[in-house]
Write a new protein. Structure first.
Lengths: 101, 423
């Protein structure tokens, strides 16, 4: 199963997750605020790492599942993904989806 | 804004006059509250900014001794001549435009009962919540012979800046065929993989510029962060690098600056260049505020980073005892955001959530050879513990393309985090 197919499959499973949470750092679910240490919050920042803000939550959920299983090759994300449950990842993805620039 | 107090005497007079004249917490007066953050590094600058972002009505004052912050991550590349110190320097202008009030004067006293911070310039700041992010201080009494004057001959370079440049100049001035001796301290200390990244990059400098020279690391430990990754790389890249463990007699017990010698129980090591990474403790203001314990570090609540020794004072970053989290810039930044959310919630009378934190630390073994350690953490049994299965280092058998990718990611991480904190 390649990454694109995983992303598509996940999009069908979690369609409207983006509305689930309010935006803002005060409402960030556990773990969400740490991501921006590497994934830039600002558009002006280094573009090597993908931004998470405003991204389709299903993509984040699918990528994390694929990192965890090893289907998607990675350097650090395989290890980080193992530290989060599926529900925690869904909450983080929904929160990032609700972030506006 | 009420954060500035004109005089301590006035405060004491008011206090003496009776409880009704005591300044009420800002919340009781209907305002959002006053937060003072001491220390403008990866922890403090992040925390100040995020509190403001969470609730712009909170008055946030950042107390910092220096106008320019000099970052430690990547400073080992400066020592090895691969980077300019300028690339490590950051200012506070963007924090000021976020309405963080800057006080560029060192904090010299904290009155936890009166909730007042005093600065060297005489200013007194009242707070409802105080966040201390003072980083580390060197224990000048921790290694016989290693004084502040000695550090001018044998730099520690464990706070980036002039010390970093001094060590670089010494390496540049050394004859080919010279001996560099480093000493690494016992745990805990700032940046656990840092001494070994430094050793790698100094060895890289020697290999490319002074190939007849050698490097010895005298260690007060038998094990260190990313050990097998480092040792495998050293074997492959740096045959002139020798690591002496604690059980092989590596613990430095004193230094003799006049003789440029590091002394262990097993012998004396004469150096042409000596880099002593000495024992450390929480930055001095932590001690003055009464939040450091006998270890020299600061016990904290793992969910809010509030001190276990003084109410209304939070400690983040290297100074805190953060359980399984290492003393790193990434940790300090992640803790700062959790602490900011907790402080805002506590000021509003709410209950902070149980957080989850991440740490990612890259080390460069060579300019195009990166390795990493990561972990996910959560509060458990009153401490910060690793989430089982989340922690780990780069694979031991990765191809050079993976090492190159991790070196690229290391650079990207530095750019991203410094943009979040200062940009």
């Amino acid at each position: 199963m390649n990454a694109a197919r995983i992303v598509t499959a996940a999009a069908l499973v979690f369609p409207l997750i983006g509305d689930a949470r309010a935006a803002g750092p005060a409402d960030a679910p556990p773990g969400a605020l740490a991501c921006s240490g590497c994934h830039p919050a600002a558009r002006s920042a280094d573009a090597t790492m993908p931004r998470l803000m405003g991204r389709n939550p299903a993509d984040i959920v699918a990528a994390m599942a694929a990192f965890k299983s090893g289907q998607l090759p990675s350097t650090v994300m395989d290890r980080i993904a193992k530290g989060f449950s599926e529900d925690e990842v869904k909450a983080i993805a929904a929160w990032y989806a609700a972030q506006k620039d | 804004m009420t954060a500035l107090r004109t005089s301590r005497r006035e405060f004491l007079k008011a206090a003496a006059a009776g409880a009704t004249l005591l300044p009420l917490p800002a919340i009781a007066q209907g305002a959002a509250g006053r937060v003072v953050v001491v220390g403008g590094g990866f922890g403090g600058a992040t925390c100040a900014r995020f509190i403001k972002r969470i609730d712009p009505r909170i008055t946030v004052t950042l107390v910092e001794a220096n106008r320019t912050f000099i970052a430690c991550p990547f400073s080992n590349t400066v020592i090895a001549g691969l980077r300019d110190l300028k690339a490590q320097e950051f200012g506070y202008d963007k924090l000021a435009s976020d309405q963080v009030v800057l006080q560029l004067s060192p904090g010299t006293a904290v009155d936890p009962q009166g909730r007042i911070v005093t600065l060297a310039n005489g200013t007194q700041l009242s707070y409802d919540r105080l966040v201390l992010s003072p980083g580390i201080d060197i224990r000048w009494d921790g290694l016989p012979g290693y004084t502040e004057a000695a550090a001018e001959r044998m730099p520690h370079a464990w706070k980036a800046g002039e010390q970093t440049l001094l060590l670089r100049r010494q390496l540049e001035a050394m004859e080919d065929g010279g001996t560099v001796v480093m000493s690494a301290p016992a745990n805990p200390f700032r940046c656990p993989p840092g001494p070994y990244e430094r050793a790698s990059l100094i060895a890289y400098y020697l290999k490319t510029k002074k190939p007849k020279s050698k490097l010895i690391i005298l260690d007060a430990k038998d094990a260190f962060s990313k050990q097998r990754l480092f040792q495998n790389a050293w074997k492959a890249l740096y045959p002139n690098l020798e690591w002496v463990s604690l059980s092989s007699g590596g613990k430095v017990t004193s230094v003799d600056v006049g003789a440029m010698t590091l002394v262990t129980d097993f012998g004396r090591h004469k150096a042409d260049v000596a880099n002593v990474i000495p024992p450390q403790k929480a930055g001095r203001i932590a001690e003055l505020a009464g939040v450091a314990d006998r270890t020299g570090w600061c016990p904290i609540d793992p969910a809010t980073f509030e001190s276990k020794l003084q109410p209304n004072i939070h400690v983040i970053g290297d100074a805190s005892i953060a359980g399984a989290m290492p003393k790193s810039a990434f940790s300090a930044n992640a803790q700062a955001k959790i602490c900011a959310a907790a402080v805002a919630k506590l000021l509003a009378g709410g209950k902070p959530d149980e957080p989850k934190l991440i740490n990612t630390c890259y080390s460069l073994v060579a300019p195009d050879y990166g390795i990493s350690i990561v972990g996910v953490y959560r509060p458990a049994d009153g401490q910060i513990k690793e989430v089982e299965g989340s922690t780990g280092v780069s694979p031991l058998d990765a191809p050079s393309s993976t090492r190159a990718l991790e070196a690229t990611f290391a650079n990207a991480w530095f750019n991203t985090i410094t943009t979040e904190v200062f940009g």
